[in-house]
Design a protein around this ligand. Structure first.
Ligand code: FES
Length: 338
């Protein structure tokens, strides 16, 4: 079957959505809730397009291709609608980027920059509301915010949540859902319990903002890396070079992971393969290696660079920190290495 996108004909397969075709053909459509492999729920409404079959704007992520379909992906009307929807999503985030864990790695932030969202039509400006109204608004907002840092692996902060449902759909243990109703709705765990699961990390990978992030004490990590009396050792899990390079823009990718880690302050880097027993390798650093090099094990700080964020729960005598690919990039950005 053939359809027309922006007046050009494209071969398509039955069952494909317009967004699938556009992605395949390199036609840029902004998206936030659509995520590879997950059901499309059309929540963010950023992927709006025009079609000849109706006057209404439709979400390309759910629109299935059909005979005689003609799609327009860019127009003044589309741009305006996308901007309004983006502003609504951005309203809660404005002004928080500088201190946010996902700063420069946030999908919403990138879209806000792309669409130059500067005028916040949905955020009251100074003087537009009284200070008591502002106080009530802040109190009301905060009453619904859930911050949870009690589990060892995933940090949760619903203040940043855009309700895209990616975490709900991706979690293999179905740990997330909507709590409360209507305007008070908040994504969370059943009965607001502390997150307790296998910590596969998929929810953190899928979250487009900073509602779900890696659990870690970054100030202590930076302190350890900068401490000249300590020796920082990185045990790099198989496949991490590629995962980390994917997090960077094309420009930054030329840098080798080993060079990046050295610049961050790691003095020894051990690459392991899938066949290696990681726990053995990690343990030997503070035992065999420390003995051989005559280093006090207390002066060695061992980092496991890995996507297996469940390992964060195993920190202890032999392992000090686990850093995911996202956290390595955050460190690089915080320390302005690249
Ligand atoms: S990507 Fe289509 S509605 Fe969010």
């Amino acid at each position: 079957m053939q359809i027309k996108i922006n007046n050009k004909k494209y071969e398509v397969e039955e069952g494909e959505t317009v967004l699938d075709v556009c992605r395949r053909e390199g036609i840029r459509i902004p998206t936030l809730c659509a995520f590879e492999g997950l059901p499309r729920e059309a929540v963010c409404r950023l992927c709006l397009v025009e079609i000849t079959l109706t006057d209404k704007l439709v979400t390309s992520c759910t629109l299935k291709v059909c005979e005689k379909l003609e799609v327009t992906t860019e127009s003044e009307r589309i741009e305006k609608a996308r901007r309004i929807n983006l502003e609504l999503l951005w309203a809660d985030h404005a002004g928080k980027c500088a201190t946010c864990k996902r700063n420069r790695m946030c999908e919403l932030q990138k879209l806000a920059e792309e669409y130059k969202i500067e005028n916040f039509h949905f955020v009251p400006r100074k003087g537009e509301i009284t200070s008591s109204e502002e106080l009530n608004l802040t109190k009301d907002n905060w009453s619904r915010v859930v911050v949870e840092n009690e589990n060892p692996c995933v940090s949760r902060n619903s203040e940043f949540c855009v309700e895209c449902r990616r975490c709900i759909n991706i979690c293999p243990e179905k740990k997330f859902g909507f709590n409360h109703r209507a305007g008070d709705v908040v994504v969370g765990t059943p009965y607001g319990e502390v997150l307790d699961c296998g910590f596969c990390g998929e929810c953190v990978r899928a979250c487009p903002v900073a509602a779900l992030t890696d659990q870690n004490d970054f100030s202590k990590i930076i302190e350890s890396l900068d401490d000249i009396k300590k020796m920082a050792v990185a045990v790099v899990d198989a496949g991490m070079e590629e995962k980390i390079s994917k997090q960077f823009s094309k420009m930054d990718r030329r840098e080798k992971l080993e060079d990046i880690l050295s610049k961050l302050g790691f003095e020894k880097i051990i690459n392991i393969s899938e066949k290696d027993a990681e726990d053995e390798v990690i343990k030997k650093i503070k035992t065999d290696y420390a003995r051989k090099e005559k280093i006090n094990p207390e002066d060695i700080v061992v980092f496991f660079i890995s996507s297996k964020i469940s390992k964060k729960a195993e920190k202890g005598k032999y392992l000090n920190y686990v850093l995911s690919e996202r956290e390595v990039v955050r460190l690089v950005r915080d320390k302005k290495i690249i």
